[in-house]
Structures are given as structure tokens and as C-alpha cells.
Design a protein around this ligand. Structure first.
Ligand code: GLV
Length: 312
């Protein structure tokens, strides 16, 4: 029997086509009246397809009494209400590993763009400053600096491996020390922020890590420090970050994620010491294709009664 699947947010077209061929899809993302739509189809839905940003709230899942599985196209599932899903025995799948390289590439790109002022360099050429003012002011070398990675998981490790050949010394903070890596571990994030030149966040979002990059951490990083965030906006105290960047208490930031995406505070948009990206860590054709396929394959496994490929 053809199963009914609720699309909270679509995945890539190639995989949407596969889903359309296999299931009866119900497009919540296109519904004019979401409440009426859910009231009409809710009873039939057995699976959700969603993205890391759209997630799956307890409110939506609560209207789907026969929901069994949520396929989320992201490694970070903080927008899926996991405690609620667990309480009902709803399985949740994510898309780990396939995005490690692209997110790590983005992280390094942002780090280099910030320290070497690549975005400002581009503007310097385009707006005629090179001709009018002569050479651009010098920037900061990566070699010899210390990079503190906040969250040394699979992506954090991919970043560390990329950072080493740039001459960066790697240290890290995680809740528990890893036995399998030689990088120095800091039990205390403020202490690490004090000792490093760059703090790079790549840890899961959610209530446990909310604003872990606090005012104290930001100020410990200091006037010559750089903060890179490729995790979630929620892991950083954004108002404190803005204040520190504006007052010179923090040197610079490179941000791929924000508290209220896609809205980015004007203050950040106006700052020259900030590099901004619209949450594109994993956003390549190849990686999004692999992520989308993993969503489809997890659903297929579920409906075939096989073990899920990447359960959370
Ligand atoms: C992206 O932010 C992801 O969690 O995959």
C-alpha cells in the first residue's frame, strides 16, 4: 500500500521525484491554510520529510497520530522536537558524514576570508579604492596562530585536518576529552577562548548548547580574536557578539549561521570586520544530493522494515 508522507520542506528535486514515484506526498510547504491542511491529511501521515531549518515541531507531529518516522535533511536536528518524538516512539533520521567535507571547506573558507579580508579585498578592487588609495592595508597570517575548535565531532575533525597544513595549532573544547586525538583539550571554554586566536564553533544546536559562546567567552577571545560560527546561531549570544564587535572587544567574526535566519541583524551587515554567509555550510550540488538521497534511503529502509541507515 502506498504510504502518505508529509513534506514539511522539500529536499532536492531529483529526490522529490523519487519520493513522488513511491509515496503519496502531501505538501505542507505549499499549503495556504496549514491548520486546515493538517486537519484533512493528518490521520494518514506515516512519515515526514523536512530540512534542518524547517524541522518538525511537536505541534505538527502532534497532529499526525500515525507518524512513525521523520527524515531530516541535515546533520543538526535541533529544529526537530526530539523529546516529543521520543515520547511517541517516532524515529528521526539525519544526514551525517556525507556533508563533513563541504562544511569543513566552508569553515576554512570563512576563516581565511575573515583573517585575510578577502571580501573587503574584492570590494577594494571593485570600488576603485586600489587606484584611489593604493595598496590595501595588511592583513593577518594564519601560520603560527592557534585555532580552538568548539565541538570536535566528525565535522570538527575534518576542519582540524584542513587547518593543520595552514600552520594553525589546534586545540579543542568538548564536554568530554577524546581519547583518540592528540590535540590539547580544554575542560573550560573561557580558558580556551583566552588562549586561542580563532574560536570556531561546530557543535550541535539545541537547549544544551544555547549561548555557550557567551559574553564571557567572546570577551576572553578578545580584540585580536576571530570567531567563526558554522554550527547554529543559537550557540552564540548574538547581541553580546554584536556589542563586542562594535566596541572592539572582539576583533572579527565569520558567520554562516544566525539566531533568526534568514534575518541577519543590520548591525552585523554594516560591520567591516564581519564576513557573512547565508547558512551555506553544506550547500553544494553534490553534498545536498547525497543528503537528500540519505533522506529517501532512510524512508525506504523504514517502509521495508529494515534498520534505518542514520537514526539520530
Ligand atoms: C546544516 O546546518 C546541517 O545541520 O546539516
Amino acid at each position: 500500500m502506498t504510504a502518505d508522507v508529509l513534506v514539511v520542506a522539500p529536499i532536492l528535486t531529483r529526490q522529490m521525484t523519487q519520493l513522488e514515484a513511491t509515496y503519496r506526498l502531501h505538501r505542507l510547504d505549499r499549503a495556504a491554510d496549514r491548520d486546515a491542511f493538517l486537519a484533512e491529511v493528518g490521520d494518514r501521515i506515516e512519515a515526514i520529510v523536512t530540512t534542518g531549518t524547517a524541522g518538525a515541531s511537536a505541534d505538527v507531529m502532534g497532529r499526525l497520530p500515525n507518524l512513525k518516522v521523520v527524515g531530516c535533511m541535515a546533520v543538526g536536528v535541533d529544529a526537530v522536537d526530539l523529546p516529543y518524538a521520543r515520547s511517541r516512539g517516532i524515529a528521526v533520521t539525519n544526514t551525517p558524514d556525507v556533508l563533513n567535507d563541504c562544511v569543513a571547506d566552508t569553515a576554512m573558507g570563512l576563516l581565511i576570508a575573515s583573517m585575510r579580508k578577502l571580501v573587503l579585498s574584492d570590494r577594494y578592487v571593485r570600488d576603485g579604492s586600489w587606484v584611489a588609495k593604493g595598496p590595501m592595508p595588511l592583513t593577518t597570517s594564519l601560520r603560527g596562530k592557534t585555532l580552538g575548535i568548539l565541538g570536535l565531532g566528525r565535522i570538527g575533525m575534518a576542519i582540524a585536518r584542513r587547518a593543520e597544513p595552514f600552520g594553525l595549532t589546534i586545540v579543542y573544547h568538548t564536554r568530554r576529552k577524546r581519547d583518540d586525538v592528540a590535540y590539547p583539550w580544554y575542560a573550560d571554554l573561557v580558558a580556551m577562548a583566552r588562549d586561542v586566536d580563532i574560536l570556531l564553533a561546530i557543535l550541535p544546536g539545541g537547549p544544551e548548547t544555547r549561548r555557550i559562546v557567551s559574553r564571557e567567552v567572546i570577551e576572553a577571545l578578545g580584540p585580536t580574536g576571530t570567531f567563526v560560527n558554522v554550527a547554529r546561531g543559537s550557540v552564540c549570544d548574538e547581541p553580546a557578539l554584536i556589542e563586542a564587535l562594535a566596541s572592539g572587544k572582539l576583533g572579527a567574526a565569520a558567520l554562516d549561521v544566525f539566531e533568526d535566519e534568514p534575518r541577519v541583524p543590520d548591525a552585523l551587515i554594516r560591520m567591516d570586520n564581519v564576513v557573512l554567509a547565508p547558512h551555506v555550510g553544506s550547500a553544494t550540488v553534490e553534498t545536498r544530493d547525497a543528503m537528500s538521497q540519505l533522506v529517501v534511503d532512510n524512508l525506504a529502509a523504514h517502509f521495508a522494515g529494515r534498520p534505518l541507515l542514520t537514526p539520530v
